[in-house]
Design a protein around this ligand. Structure first.
Ligand code: UN1
Length: 510
């Protein structure tokens, strides 16, 4: 295999701002991309300065003037080509992603597939930017609504889904006629640059103006703060922690911009006494341990009926014992490293708190050592028994810690379920129709995503993705999420020779 940097024409040191085909002379600090797999430096990025950010924003604004005039289905055709270009580079891009953020190969490939699927979805959507038409209350008047391109938009993404979540926003933004300024996580900088290169090439080959898709890697203070405060960007879509989202939401609201926030989850699964336990164990394993517990949709809490609490816990411990933890690029490994030493520290701190709050660690939680493990990013996924009133249950720790919480009645289970600040994804395992319908009703889950007999993670792109409460309220990806990327306009046309007013108002000089 060629060196992964060469695969994407990346250098040992790369400028952190550009369009994929042209790059700026960057003036920020050097960022090292360190693989969580073995601590090796994969490459370096010269980050953007505040002045570089401005150059990017000017390019995105200028390119918007042209891009918005390309007919939407033609924009869709460009996105089709982007999808095809990513298809041909799926292997290399997933390898880059695994190396940089530590995802196991099947999940890295799944993520790149999610980006490809998003392109396909956006191509279809480009011919379906529908507005309604209404019957006017005035004679010989016509009313309808239409959707116009919005402008250059800002997209801030997290390390754990460095390309898929960006594609949710960027591909829909593109077909909507927007240009995109992408600020990826500094922990996934090279993956972002590689992606920008693949896509930049497609745009260039189609003789499109530079600046339709831009990437800008930089610090929060120099770049992040400027981007969210930038009045040229009518929409900021941000994925990350609740603290980050609160800041983005406040700054964007203070300039009356639109924000689309996809923040923390603290997702629970209710396992009823009438559940198919075999299904539940398989789903919980993927949901709690997949991506080493670093998805916003990861399962963090199991609310289990007391009758099946013990057998379920035992089955999960048995399954956890069989997990192969190690180099995510190797076949058979199911758990890779956490993103960095800080994530491991946070996990350890949470485990201390669990114990001090009366919880018990039933399995796992150790930092592994020896061989590849010596890099300090590998941990054993952990199962804890806690009571629902432990304060730690309210928090999302971005690590593979699973809380087992017993319940007696479904009402109590739902109360526990909803009793956290976050509201992203949720599930119930039951074969009882009444229980599942209660869970899906207004009495049930208060989350943006609610599932029956499947886990909380691994959502398909076709639905709108996002959550309530501290999760931020945004919706991305499928369904009608495209609307936020466009400017809605209601139009009324008078084709009569009269000037009637709405609500029957008479106003005029005799
Ligand atoms: C995230 O972790 O920010 O539903 C997104 C899922 C993935 C996306 C997760 N499709 O788990």
């Amino acid at each position: 295999m060629k060196d992964i940097l060469q695969e994407f024409d990346l250098l040992k040191e790369n400028p952190g701002a550009g369009t994929g085909t042209t790059w700026l002379e960057c003036g920020g600090e050097i960022l090292e991309s360190v693989s969580p797999i073995d601590g090796q430096i994969l490459g370096r990025v010269r980050q953007a300065s505040g002045a570089n950010y401005d150059e990017v924003a000017v390019r995105a604004s200028t390119a918007f003037e042209e891009w918005r005039m390309v007919p939407a289905p033609k924009r869709g055709d460009i996105v089709r080509q982007i999808g095809n270009a990513v298809r041909t580079r799926k292997q290399e891009l997933s390898t880059m992603l695994s190396l940089e953020v530590g995802k196991i190969r099947p999940e890295a490939e799944g993520e790149v597939q999610e980006m490809i699927d998003m392109c396909d979805f956006a191509v279809g959507q480009s011919r379906m930017l529908y507005g309604l038409s209404m019957h006017s209350e005035r004679p010989r008047h016509r009313m309808y609504e239409q959707y116009h391109p919005l402008g250059p938009i800002g997209v801030i993404t997290a390390f754990n889904f460095p390309v898929a979540v960006w594609a949710w926003n960027a591909m829909i933004g593109l077909i909507a006629g927007d240009t995109v300024v992408w600020k990826p996580s500094s922990k996934a900088a090279l993956t972002a640059l590689a992606t920008a290169k693949i896509i930049g090439h497609v745009l260039h080959e189609n003789d499109l103006p530079e600046g339709i898709l831009n990437v800008v890697i930089g610090s929060r203070d120099e770049v992040g703060e400027k981007l969210i405060a930038d009045r040229r960007l009518p929409l900021i879509s941000a994925t990350g922690s609740v603290a980050m989202g609160r800041r983005v939401g406040q700054v964007v609201a203070s300039r009356l911009g639109k924000s689309l926030l996809e923040l923390g989850g603290n997702n629970a699964v209710i396992v009823s006494s009438k559940a198919d336990l075999d299904l539940a164990v398989r789903a919980i394993l993927f949901g709690a341990v997949g991506t080493a517990g670093q998805r916003c949709t990861s399962i963090r809490r199991i609310i289990a009926h007391k009758e099946i609490f013990n057998p379920l816990t035992e089955a999960l411990i048995e399954a956890y014992k069989q997990l192969v933890i190690g180099n995510p690029l190797e076949n058979g490994v199911l758990v890779g490293p956490l993103i960095d030493a800080e994530a491991v520290e946070n996990m350890q701190r949470a485990l201390e708190e669990i114990k001090s709050q009366g919880g018990r660690v039933l399995y796992g939680g150790e930092i592994l050592s020896g061989g590849i493990y010596d890099v300090g990013t590998y941990v054993t996924p952990c199962i804890c028994e806690v009571s629902n009133d432990c304060p730690i249950v309210q928090e999302e720790t971005f690590a593979p810690i699973l809380y087992m919480i017993p319940y007696e009645t479904l009402e109590e289970a739902i109360q526990y379920h909803n009793d956290v600040p976050q509201g992203l994804s949720s599930a119930i395992f039951t074969t009882d129709l009444r229980e599942s319908e209660i869970f899906l009703s207004h009495l049930g889950s208060d989350c943006g995503i609610a599932n029956v007999n499947i886990g909380t993670s691994g959502a398909e792109i076709g639905g709108a993705f996002g959550g309530e409460k501290d999760t931020g309220g945004g919706r991305e990806s499928g369904s009608d999420a495209w609307k936020i990327y466009m400017r809605r306009q209601t139009c009324t046309i008078n084709w009569s020779r009269e000037m009637p007013l709405a609500q029957g108002i008479e106003f005029g000089i005799e």
